[in-house]
Design a protein around this ligand. Structure first.
Ligand code: THU
Length: 135
């Protein structure tokens, strides 16, 4: 049996293991599938100066843009988490991450995350209706 991750969820579940969350004890992992077929992941990286913490989703986007440039387009996103009791709970991307994901997404980009005991799948336009745009 191979341990090669297959689904976006599998990638997010590997990423969440790398989280650096000693303060909140809430680990987050994100995986983004690009239109090119490439998958990038990120985890939250906390800081003793709380405001400097960076969320998993934004780290995934930062890694992708750093490697591939600003032309990336996000097709799909999966976000998972593990709380201090080792449980995965309802958690949708925060507002800041929605705006950063939207920068490289289309309104139809699929976003999945853990909902109430289940996985919620929605679209970028549902998560960030009327997001900031000055063009
Ligand atoms: N966090 C994320 O990584 N993504 C989100 O969309 C919301 C919150 C992280 C930040 C912090 O390290 C921890 O979750 C608790 O807020």
């Amino acid at each position: 049996m191979s341990n090669t991750p297959k689904s976006l969820k599998d990638h997010a579940e590997l990423a969440v293991q790398k989280a650096y969350a000693p303060y909140s004890k809430f680990s987050v992992g994100a995986a983004i599938l690009l239109e090119s077929g490439e998958i990038y992941t990120g985890c939250n990286v906390e800081n003793i100066s709380s405001g400097l913490t960076v969320c998993a989703e934004r780290n995934a986007v930062g890694k992708a843009v750093s490697d591939l440039g600003g032309g990336i387009r996000i097709k799909e996103v999966f976000v998972t988490n593990i709380n201090e009791h080792g449980k995965t709970i309802h958690c949708s991307p925060c507002g800041a991450c929605r705006q950063v994901l939207a920068e490289f997404s289309t309104p139809e980009t699929k976003v999945s995350y853990h909902g109430e005991g289940d996985i919620t799948t929605t679209t970028m336009k549902n998560l960030l209706p009327d997001g900031f745009d000055h063009y």
